[in-house]
Write a protein that binds this ligand. Structure first.
Ligand code: ADP
Ligand code: MG
Length: 238
């Protein structure tokens, strides 16, 4: 089944057009990447798919559900990691995961918390206050929150942005691990080389338009390039 189908998506912020007929789709089980430079329209697209922002035109379906008409149903089966996210500084990581899990499922929350703790990789630091966490630890906690409920679709906006190499590698491993457990992943990145390792297929987006769509291998072959950065450079120059 298709996890996400985006068709001719248009988004205006006032008079400014951020998205021009964005079209792509991917299957359940995939890790799909939306890549492009800052300002390309990645976050806008992800926020629409996450039902946080309304499309101006076009259609977006998540597992057959419509982002406008079926927003509440969609919110039960997805999770969303915003680009700029913080969490309650005065709680411990543990308390934060517990609070979020209770909102999701007041009866069975503890199994999600247990899984979240494992996913976070924070060890005993899960009992420290979030205010004491480094940026990398905070990001891992938020990733754990996004993934602990094993959503059908996890939408991750720049999951490794601002991360050092060690943390970024761990986050990528985490993404692969939950994907093997059945979580479909849609992520964005301005780091085209990282996406190469993670994603089966990608959409390259520039100035609100999808300029290429396919597996990294296909795109490199089609544009006679060594990597996706080179593909992108050729696309925007040509
Ligand atoms: P990306 O995530 O690829 O960096 P965004 O989707 O955040 O890109 O932004 C796409 C374009 O839309 C940018 O030109 C940005 O300035 C503009 N934009 C984003 N959010 C808003 C907003 N709330 N109001 C007006 N313009 C916005
Ligand atoms: Mg963004």
């Amino acid at each position: 089944m298709k996890a996400v189908v985006v068709e001719n998506l248009v988004k205006f912020y006032g008079k400014f057009q951020a998205l021009y007929n964005v079209t792509f789709d991917f299957e359940e089980g995939e890790i799909f990447g939306l890549i492009g430079p800052n300002g390309a329209g990645k976050s806008t697209t992800l926020r629409i798919i996450a039902t946080l922002l309304k499309p101006s035109k076009g259609s977006v379906k998540i597992f057959g559900l419509d982002v406008v008409k079926d927003a509440n149903k969609i919110r039960r089966i997805i999770s969303y990691l915003p680009e700029e996210a913080g969490a309650y500084k005065y709680l411990t990581g543990y308390e934060y995961l517990e609070m979020m899990a209770k909102i999701y499922d007041p009866k069975n929350y503890s199994e999600y918390v247990d899984f979240g703790i494992k996913l976070s990789g924070l060890g005993d630091r899960i009992y420290s206050r979030i205010g004491e966490y480094s940026k990398g630890m905070m990001r891992r906690l938020l990733m754990a929150r996004a993934l602990m409920t094993r959503p059908k679709l996890a939408i991750l906006d720049e999951p490794t942005a601002g991360m050092d190499v060690v943390y970024a590698t761990e986050i990528r491993r985490l993404i692969k691990e939950v994907n093997r457990e059945g979580v479909t992943i849609l992520l964005s990145s301005h780091n085209m080389l990282e996406v190469e390792y993670l994603c089966e297929r990608v959409a390259i987006i520039n100035k609100g338009r999808v300029v290429a769509l396919g597996s990294p291998d296909e795109l490199e072959e089609r544009y006679e390039s060594e990597n996706l950065e080179e593909v992108f450079t050729k696309l925007v120059k040509g």
